[in-house]
Design a protein around this ligand. Structure first.
Ligand SMILES: Nc1ncnc2c1ncn2[C@@H]1O[C@H](COP(=O)(O)OP(=O)(O)OP(=O)(O)O)[C@@H](O)[C@H]1O
Ligand SMILES: [Mg+2]
Length: 261
């Protein structure tokens, strides 16, 4: 049977490119023939908005088939899988009610493992090659759930003066989670929103290289097409396949795919 790899995109630093990377890597993997299930783990709904217009996203968020309902134990994950308009690519939408997820999890037994349990059957079925989870910019019980349910974590880091702040915390946090979820591996750090002409890009790359963590060779540069695509509820690769960032995301997805084999 096929193996399903669960990869989450996490960094407690907000705006580091998690959702954009998750959406585009997912789309590129699907285009290359991999079967991909995306899970929107953030109440900001950004991953869902990368594939559906606002009205549809809010409708799904308020409905009975979204991740919050799964976490409440009121729906099974398989029932919440929604088709996207793209081949090989499916989504479990989020809900704005995820703002209350910490309270929802608190009284539950083994509260760190609720997502892992919710994913067990779908992972076991081997229906997908990859399950990609977009994490919010927090480090609470919900993100512990995401990390504990994942085989790999990709950490998007913005090439900016503040981009590396908090990264040490993130690694410490991951180290602690490995104590309860030893399967979890850092697949690598991916550098986003790069402007090569700026000094701190070089500094960022150097600091990351010295940290001893794997840094993906393919980074993504600043590209206005990304926001234009998001405005059209599309990943940039679908919106503007020839754009620079599309090519960069396709190369990054290939690197991720190869590293997972
Ligand atoms: N390569 C890029 N070029 C230009 N803009 C980008 C690029 N990557 C991301 N952005 C923009 O940066 C912002 C933050 O990106 P994104 O939402 O993916 O980050 P995030 O880490 O998911 O944020 P949050 O922590 O809030 O979940 C978005 O407005 C997005 O359009
Ligand atoms: Mg996000």
């Amino acid at each position: 049977m096929k193996k399903t790899t669960v990869i989450c995109f996490a960094n407690n630093k907000g705006g580091s490119g998690k959702s954009t990377t998750c959406a585009n890597v997912g789309y590129a993997l699907a285009q290359s023939g991999r079967k991909v299930l995306l899970i929107d783990g953030d109440m900001q709904l950004n991953l869902s908005l990368s594939f559906f217009d606002e009205d549809s996203v809010f409708e799904m968020a308020a409905g009975a088939k979204n991740l919050f309902r799964v976490m409440q134990g009121r729906a099974v994950l398989e029932e919440c899988v929604t088709d996207t308009k793209y081949e090989n690519l499916w989504l479990v939408p989020s809900s704005t009610l995820m703002s209350g997820i910490e309270f929802e999890l608190f009284p539950k037994l083994q509260r760190e493992f609720i997502l892992r349990k919710a994913l067990a059957a779908i992972k076991e079925s081997g229906k997908y090659d990859y399950i990609l989870v977009d994490a919010p910019p927090t480090l609470g019980t919900w993100v512990i759930n995401i990390l504990a349910a994942s085989d790999k974590v990709v950490i998007p880091v913005e090439a900016s003066p503040w981009g590396l702040f908090g990264l040490a915390n993130m690694f410490e946090f991951i180290g602690e989670i490995r104590g309860i979820a030893p399967q979890l591996e850092v697949l690598g750090i991916t550098v986003t929103k790069v402007s090569e002409r700026k000094n701190y890009f070089k500094q960022t790359m150097q600091t990351l290289a010295e940290s001893g963590n794997y840094v993906f060779e393919n980074y993504v540069r600043v590209d206005v097409n990304i926001e234009k695509a998001q405005d059209e509820s599309q990943p940039v690769i679908a919106f503007s396949p020839k754009s620079r960032s599309s090519q960069e995301f396709i190369a990054l997805a290939k690197e991720i795919d190869e590293k997972c084999q």
